[in-house]
Design a protein around this ligand. Sequence first.
Ligand code: SF4
Length: 91
Amino acid sequence: MQRTVATSLEERWDWADHGACTALPDLFYNAEDESKGVRRRKEEAAKRICGRCPVVEQCRHHAMANRELYGVWGGLSENERHRLAGRQRTG
Ligand code: SF4
């Protein structure tokens, strides 16, 4: 069986249209002036939404494969993705 490879940018991002966060992008990214407490509460809220998202696996795979640096993706925070990838945060 031959595997189909997505070739266009549109095909590669198809899953994102089905994400549970499409109407809440601000919750998934931190602003520089936010306190650690606010960041942590936003991350926890975002991860709860990821927990009921139908495309969580595709999102996580995308984030890890493309080394997305910022925000919550696929139920993982920035720090969690860095740890999984064996990287150190530099900023
Ligand atoms: S897994 Fe989380 S970040 Fe990814 S599309 Fe779903 S809700 Fe959004």
